[in-house]
Design a protein around this ligand. Structure first.
Ligand SMILES: N[C@@H](CCC(=O)N[C@@H](CS)C(=O)NCC(=O)O)C(=O)O
Length: 205
């Protein structure tokens, strides 16, 4: 039995970012499929009262929220590593992009994919507008940088990666953003990387 248990579904970018870090840190874990029915169960609500995935169970510790889990994993299993630098400035840069992952990425590219692929009751025009403001800023930021927060890959890159990489599945092309595309390829070349299962782009079914 694995010590680390990850509750999730393979198509969730929030789950994927955690699974990516687990694999990149070479940490064995048990993946427990937690679809809508499981998430509504009393047993799952005891793990996360918000009823959301991912949830990570590490022995007696139960953690929810993907970005919080990323911080926890580095602090426990790779402290002082490039994934989450200690210096105040670098740590703040990482936090800035973790916030963008939970803000602009969630309500832009992730929302458009949720609507296009899973008919989520969210506003498609609003999601496109958020993405149309955010992606050019991200493109500009990456024009002369390899990674988002420091010279090395950090948890901020993983947090932003999953939903930005699959933006076309929500009807948002990445072709206008060559620096983002190069960054996507850079993350995909990191040891331990694995891709999310792909979904057909809207209009290409
Ligand atoms: N802030 C949370 C958001 C997680 C989230 O939205 N998970 C989705 C799947 S991608 C979920 O569980 N949705 C079900 C629900 O909200 O009821 C995180 O970063 O983990």
């Amino acid at each position: 039995m694995q010590k680390l248990k990850l509750y999730g579904t393979p198509l969730s970018g929030h789950v994927h970012r955690v699974a990516l870090l687990l694999r990149m840190l070479d940490l064995p874990y048990e993946f427990i499929e937690a679809g809508a029915e499981v998430r509504q169960s009393e047993q799952f609500r005891r793990l996360n009262p918000f009823g959301q995935i991912p949830v990570l169970v590490d022995g007696a510790q139960v953690l929810a929220d993907s970005n919080a889990i990323l911080v926890y994993l580095v602090k426990c299993y790779a402290p002082g590593s490039h994934w989450l630098p200690e210096s105040p400035f670098a740590a703040a840069q990482v936090q800035e992009w973790l916030s963008k992952a939970a803000g602009e990425v969630r309500y832009g590219p992730a929302s458009s994919r949720l609507i296009a692929q899973f008919s989520a009751p969210e506003d498609y025009q609003s999601a496109l507008a958020v993405a149309a403001r955010f992606l050019p800023q991200m493109e500009q930021h990456l024009t002369d940088r390899e990674f988002l927060a420091t010279d090395n890959a950090t948890i901020a890159d993983l947090a932003c990666y999953s939903y930005v990489a699959v933006a076309p599945e929500g009807g948002i092309a990445l072709t206008p953003y060559p620096a983002i595309q190069r960054w996507v390829a850079r993350i995909a070349a990191l040891p331990g990387f694995f891709a999310m299962p792909t979904l057909p782009e809207p209009g290409k079914r």
